[in-house]
Design a protein. Structure first.
Length: 375
């Protein structure tokens, strides 16, 4: 630790300086006294003469003995001081374990050490909170898993039991129940796949195999594939896509991002409105926005929209919506591509804004942006 090294250096410098000063004093004082006393004539009958004579004859020994005494006393003082600092830091370490919420205070010489220990204390508290949140999220995963899987599974078991116990059901009724059972089974499979997907992205680093892709062409193709899903709600595409915007992406994973965003827009769009899809170039980034008319999402819910399992309104149910995992997965994939994904909602309009760095091999085209068109 820096504080420990700084304190050790400070004590060593202080010890050497005081020892040196005292040694100088123990040498200078006898010499000064000898000089001053030598200015006077001393006689045998002077009461101090025998003592001064003894000191003069053994001045070297007296200086050495004095120096040793001073060194011993100085060393003892600094050892006791260091031991006091050690006891103080041991007490702080015990406090760090027993009462981490209480700030650590030490003497002025240990101020840097106290600052470092308080930083460790704050880091420890942060990691403890993060661990508790991770544990809570794991528990939430189990709860959501049990709840979301139980509903379609109960339906599958119920209809299969009904079919088994009613062999004389009319063919039309049997076909209806069989169709419902198959629909619930597909729903169950979809939920399981989503849970596996979010677990995979949470437990492992996203592995990407990227290549330069013309995002403009990809968007046109994918938007066309979603035309059948627009029909039931009488939705339409309103697109403005700038040509030749090349980005480095893992095609399979990025198609998953677009798929999740478009499904989310379709699910919550007001019937009879248009989904607005734009793609533009800004400096060294491609900016994709996907918006739809729908209920305004409050700010507190908007901040949580990328949390796993979050459902912002009553429409976010397991029957019509997903598990609340699509957007978190999309955000994680986008960020693994060094991009950003954010949500905006105002005046009954909701949109996702996705940014990606342009491909390093991208060449600036001379073509102008396409005009807005409607499919």
């Amino acid at each position: 630790m820096k504080a420990k090294s700084s304190l050790a250096n400070k004590l060593l410098r202080r010890y050497l300086l005081i020892t040196l000063l005292l040694l100088v004093v123990i040498v200078v004082i006898p010499l000064a006294l000898k000089f001053l006393l030598g200015m006077r004539t001393w006689y045998y009958d002077d009461p101090f003469y025998p003592l001064l004579r003894f000191a003069n004859d053994h001045i070297l020994i007296l200086v050495i003995v004095g120096a040793l005494l001073i060194w011993l006393l100085t060393t003892r003082f600094f050892i006791r001081q260091a031991a006091g600092y050690l006891n103080e830091t041991l007490g702080a370490a015990k406090q760090l374990v027993s009462t981490p919420d209480k700030p650590i205070t030490l003497s002025s010489d240990l101020r840097d050490f106290a600052d470092e220990m308080n930083q460790i204390r704050m880091d420890t508290l942060f990691h403890q909170r993060a661990a508790k949140e991770a544990e809570q999220k794991k528990n939430d995963l189990i709860v959501y898993l049990a709840h979301d899987l139980r509903t379609p599974l109960t339906s599958v078991i119920g209809y299969l039991t009904l079919l088994e116990e009613s062999p004389d059901l009319p063919p039309a009724m049997r076909a209806k129940y069989t169709g419902i059972t198959l629909e619930k089974a597909y729903r169950l499979e979809s939920l399981i796949n989503e849970f596996f997907e979010i677990t995979r992205f949470n437990l492992a680093t996203v592995s990407l195999v990227t290549k330069a892709v013309d995002l403009s062409v990809m968007l046109e193709q994918i938007s066309y594939e979603f035309l059948p899903m627009l029909t039931p709600k009488n939705l339409s595409w309103e697109m403005q896509i700038e040509e030749a915007i090349w980005v480095d992406v893992d095609t399979e994973k990025f198609e998953r991002v677009l798929d999740n965003l478009i499904k989310n827009a379709i699910l919550y769009a007001t019937p009879g409105t248009a989904l607005r899809l734009t793609l533009a170039r800004k400096q060294n980034q491609g900016i994709l926005t996907l918006g739809n008319q729908g209920a305004t999402l409050p700010a507190d819910k908007l901040e949580r929209i990328f949390e796993p399992f979050f459902r912002g309104d009553s429409a976010r149910g397991t029957q019509s919506g997903g598990t609340g995992l699509g957007l978190p997965i999309a955000k994680e994939i986008v960020e693994s591509h060094h991009g950003t994904l954010k949500a905006e909602s105002v005046a009954d309009y909701f949109q996702m804004v996705l940014t990606l760095p342009l491909s390093k091999t991208y060449q600036n085209p001379s073509s102008a942006p396409q005009k807005a068109s409607e499919i």
